[in-house]
Design a protein around this ligand. Structure first.
Ligand code: SF4
Length: 213
């Protein structure tokens, strides 16, 4: 599809679209979008680490809410909650549709709640590998790529971590929330971000590379 159409549709949905040729360009852009001194945090995201943005916020002049330093679940929960009041939230998206929607599925829901409301500015970095035609393709993408790869990465005991796809795809007409019943399931809450009320709160940086899952 024409990237130009996707960018226009994001803009129509009140999200600020950007295009970068590669990760380095994306990192430079991210830097300009985070004012010094900002309270900044991020969701669990391979993309954000891959472009170097985790290093950027760890070493820059920011108040970085760093969950990797948490020793207990309680501390982690606090960081998740504090993230709600951050100035800037960095994340990727599980998929972006040609219609300019972001589709995200979450286990703890801290990431999707921060995309929906809370942080003043949300920077979403997505590789072109995550662009899909519509929400049906977005749902399928999560069940066949994002969730299986993330459960392997996190060492979780789910059907998809062992079989490379969601168990729901063995059904004739799987619904969005059909899936396994593992206590370690990561598909618990589902968010579609369409037209936003607050213009440009969400910035979407499309990178012309394959990034994350
Ligand atoms: S519902 Fe379970 S099996 Fe299906 S994709 Fe999510 S974690 Fe994997």
């Amino acid at each position: 599809m024409e990237l130009e159409i996707l960018m226009k549709n994001l803009e129509k949905n009140n999200m600020k679209p950007y295009y970068c040729e590669n990760s380095q360009e994306a990192l430079e852009l991210v830097k300009t979008l985070i004012p010094e001194g900002s309270v900044v945090t991020h969701g669990g995201s391979v993309t954000i680490a891959e472009i170097g943005a985790v290093d950027l916020v760890s070493n820059g002049n920011y108040k970085y809410l760093d969950r990797s330093k948490c020793k207990t679940d309680e501390e982690k929960q606090k960081i998740y909650r504090d993230g709600f009041f951050a100035d800037v939230y960095l994340t990727s998206s599980n998929a972006v549709t040609e219609n300019g929607e972001l589709y995200n599925v979450d286990g703890n829901a801290n990431r999707i709640s921060s995309i929906a409301f809370g942080p003043k500015s949300v920077i979403v970095v997505v590789g072109v590998n995550k662009i899909v035609k519509n929400l049906d393709e977005a749902i399928y993408r999560v069940k066949t790529i994002a969730a299986p790869k993330n459960t392997v990465r996190l060492g979780l005991d789910t059907y998809c971590s062992k079989n490379g796809k969601c168990v729901s795809l063995n059904m004739e007409c799987p619904k969005m929330s059909d899936g396994c019943h593992s206590p370690q399931r990561i598909c618990c809450s589902y968010l579609v971000s369409g037209q936003q009320r607050e213009k440009d709160r969400i910035k979407v940086i499309i990178v012309n590379e394959s990034l994350g899952y």
